[in-house]
Design a protein around this ligand. Structure first.
Ligand code: 9MR
Length: 385
């Protein structure tokens, strides 16, 4: 009797210690052993070293990307005007904490000040002038951080979901070769930096096939491209995991790595006409479209947890093809989904709540990344929603 008693105490001590250990483990220590694990950070996080958000980022992640401060609109709001302080602080923050630092993003149709595309009279500039400006912009930005940025999102969101080129000012004024020029100029400015193409809705076949053709074309021309970022602003029923799975394989087959570059989960109801991640979409607030303002029930939380597990299982299965998984916010409080496409809602977009506590699914994900893969294979067949 005594023996049983002692061994059961021992067992419970071991289980408790094991439980504590599991809790203390971070994404960086576990998932981060398979590929880089990161998050986007805003200026408030960077500038407040004592804040819970700041500590949380340093604790959980081994890679950071600037959510906004490296966009052209902020770096160069007017011709000849440069604002470096926030970008400088972001890069120094990543370096100080030994994290991989990612630059986002050089060439984009959005968040680029109008001056880039027009002359003094407000008329659109010629192809030659815009190429000169692009060259000078990339040389100045990439050159400033040479040797300090591990990789750049060189071109962002250049394709429509049907695989055609987005008719951005870059495309209209320069033509199809603006993408290859941007990659050429970025490589010239920092030959050691990795270079990425980044886009949303990347599990739509017409879109990823067009991106894959573009990647192969760049490679044929001898240009450097290291990875394609699948932004992955995901929902509960979208994308279909089978399409997502095929997209990862198709991108990897072009000879580049895959980056899950802006991961989040939009669990809030969507207005009928909403789709994709085009930032210009906006709708009126109504309480029905903000159902979790005061928290959520256990069943919904479990459903969301299952969806997270399904994605992280897929990433684990594709770990050799994936270089990095980056969340598009440090925690729920920081997510752009609180204000898009409807301002003032309560997003549940990340794995961390508004106080940066891990949600219960984090433990499951950590177990998944420590466990043997065979234990999880069946989920791939049964969870294809
Ligand atoms: O998260 C960013 C948000 O704070 C900005 O208001 C928005 C403006 O365009 O950009 C968000 O980040 C976008 C990223 O740079 C590119 N992919 C889509 C992201 C979400 O809109």
């Amino acid at each position: 009797m005594k023996k049983v008693h002692v061994s059961s105490i021992l067992l419970s001590v071991i289980l408790t210690l094991w439980g504590c250990n599991m809790q203390a483990q971070t994404l960086s220590e576990t998932v981060g052993q398979h590929f880089r694990i990161g998050c986007a950070v805003n200026n408030t996080i960077v500038q407040n070293p004592q804040s819970a958000a700041h500590k949380h980022v340093c604790n959980q992640f081994n890679s950071v990307v600037a959510e906004n401060c490296m966009k052209a609109q902020f770096l160069s709001p007017a011709e000849g005007v440069w604002n470096w302080s926030e970008a400088d602080a972001f890069v120094a923050f990543g370096e100080r904490n030994g994290m991989q630092v990612i630059g986002h993003c050089l060439i984009w149709h959005s968040q680029t000040a109008d001056w880039m595309f027009v002359d003094q009279d407000g008329k659109e500039v010629s192809r030659e002038i815009l190429i000169q400006r692009m060259h000078w912009y990339i040389r100045t930005v990439v050159g400033r951080y040479k040797g300090r940025i591990a990789g750049w999102d060189v071109c962002n969101e250049c394709f429509e979901d049907d695989g055609t080129r987005r008719q951005s000012p870059w495309q209209r004024i320069i033509g199809d070769d603006y993408i290859e020029l941007a990659f050429r100029f970025a490589h010239e400015a920092d030959p050691d930096a990795e270079l990425y193409y980044n886009d949303y809705s990347m599990s739509v076949p017409a879109k990823y096939e067009a991106v894959c053709r573009m990647v192969s074309d760049l490679k044929k021309k001898g240009l450097r491209i290291d990875a394609v970022g699948m932004q992955s602003h995901n929902g509960l029923t979208w994308p279909k995991l089978s399409n997502y799975d095929r997209a990862i394989d198709a991108i990897a087959a072009t000879g580049v790595k895959v980056i899950i570059s802006e991961l989040d989960l939009n669990v809030l109801p969507n207005p009928d006409t909403f789709s994709g991640a085009e930032v210009t979409q906006f709708y009126e607030y109504t309480p029905e479209l903000d159902p979790y303002a005061k928290g959520m029930d256990r069943t919904t939380e479990d459903l969301i947890g299952e969806r997270w597990q399904a994605f992280f299982l897929l990433y684990r299965q594709h770990a050799e093809q994936i270089a990095r998984v980056t969340f598009w916010a440090a925690g729920d409080a920081d997510s752009w989904l609180n204000d898009w496409p409807i301002p003032g809602r309560h997003a549940y977009a990340t794995l961390f709540d508004r106080d940066y506590n891990p949600k219960s699914v984090v433990k499951e994900i950590i177990k998944m990344y420590e466990g043997q893969m065979y234990r999880y294979r069946y989920v791939r067949r049964t969870k294809d929603k």
